[in-house]
Structures are given as C-alpha cells and as structure tokens.
Design a protein. Structure first.
Length: 217
C-alpha cells in the first residue's frame, strides 16, 4: 500500500523539468523480488503462479501495477534493509504512528485469515506439501484467504500411532472446505496428486488431538 500511495503521489505532482527518473526505496523483498516479472505474469495467469497456485494480495498487486503504468516516468524499486539509515528510521517512526492513529484509508480488499500456533517449534517456514493422494491427519495453524476466496492452509502433520507432530507444510483448499478446517483441530484429509499445487480435496473426518502430545524422537 505504501508503494501504491507513493506512485499515486508521483502521478499527481509530476512533471518536474529536472527529474527523469525516480527511485523508490523499500525494505520489502516481497515488492522488489516480484514486481518486475512475477506480478505481471500472475496477472496474466488470473493471479496464479506457474503451478496454478492462487496468489495473495491480488487486489493490491493489480493496483500497484496500474499505478506504475500511469506514472509515465521511469521508476526503479531499490531494496534496503529497514531502519539502517536516519531517513529510514524516520519513515518507520511515521508509519507506526500513522498505523496507531488510523484513518479513512482502509484496505477494503483485505481478506483476513487466521493464526494459531504451530506445534513444531522451529524457525522453519511452511513448505509446499508433497501431495500424492495421501490420506493423513493435519492440524492447521494458519489460514490465508487468496484469490477468489481459496484458502492457503499451513499445518502440522499428526501421527496417530506415535501421537507426535511433524513438519510445517502448506496446501490449498476451496472456500467451503477451507472454512471447515478449523485451526487447532485435527482433521483427516485427502490430498490431490500434484506436488506442485497441493490441494486438500476432502475432509474425511475430525480427529481428536491429545492435549499434551509426545515430543518427536
């Protein structure tokens, strides 16, 4: 949203006779890694990546791409680690103050998900689940609402024999099915056969989870 506002400001205040190029400095690798190539391709593919996975924040990406095309001046995005310079610290302070203050600039396209806690205590991020038609027990701990209401669900696997959790994975589920997969609960589910685009196809049954599961050996 900050980059969108910056580009709109540029459009509203240009032209400047001595300015032919503008540089936008951001600490967001999400922006700098995806804006030039990935985001335009996502848009062409109905906001899905090359594996068919729906992407998040499609409304904001679309608005950012449009704002960039309407700026009518060369704009380069440069990544810089946050709060490493005096001006970056000033920007961070102003942004936090604005967030606390609130206002009328509400992101009406925002689709909230939900967050619980992972039962696997490490710093690893969730990785794509290697789907091959398995029927397994999962415990969801994060849900994000993606393009067209598809749920991206992060979960731990639960082994009923050893009563232990393992791994941090993510997969996708259609809107109605995703709503049934409540976070913190155990669900026996069936996956599709595509490891590049793992999808939960069916919720077979609910599974009771222990209050104090064993630690993996």
């Amino acid at each position: 949203m900050a980059c969108i506002r910056a580009l709109k400001w540029i459009r509203e205040h240009r032209p400047w006779t001595s300015v032919q190029r503008i540089q936008v400095v951001t600490d967001s690798t999400y922006i700098t890694n995806n804006l030039r190539y990935n985001a335009p391709n996502w848009k062409k593919n109905d906001w899905c990546n090359r594996h068919g996975q729906p992407m998040a924040n499609d409304d904001l990406w679309d608005e950012l791409l449009k704002a960039q095309s309407k700026a009518r001046i060369r704009i380069d995005f440069l990544w810089q680690a946050g709060k490493t310079s005096q001006i970056a610290r000033q920007v961070d302070k102003a942004a936090k103050a604005a967030a606390k203050r609130g206002g009328l600039d509400v992101d009406t396209g925002y689709r909230p998900g939900g967050v619980s806690r992972s039962m696997v205590k490490d710093r690893a991020v969730a990785e794509r689940f290697p789907a091959n038609g398995q029927v397994v027990v999962i415990r969801p701990y994060v849900k994000k609402i993606m393009h067209q209401g598809v749920h991206r669900i992060s979960f731990n696997m639960f082994d009923e024999d050893s009563q232990t959790y393992n791994g941090k994975y993510f997969a996708f589920a259609e809107k109605d099915l995703g709503a049934e997969l409540h976070m913190g609960n155990g669900h026996k589910v069936r996956f599709n056969l595509d490891p590049n685009h793992p999808r939960i196809l069916e919720r077979v049954e609910e599974v009771s989870l222990p209050k104090s599961p064993r630690k993996p050996t």
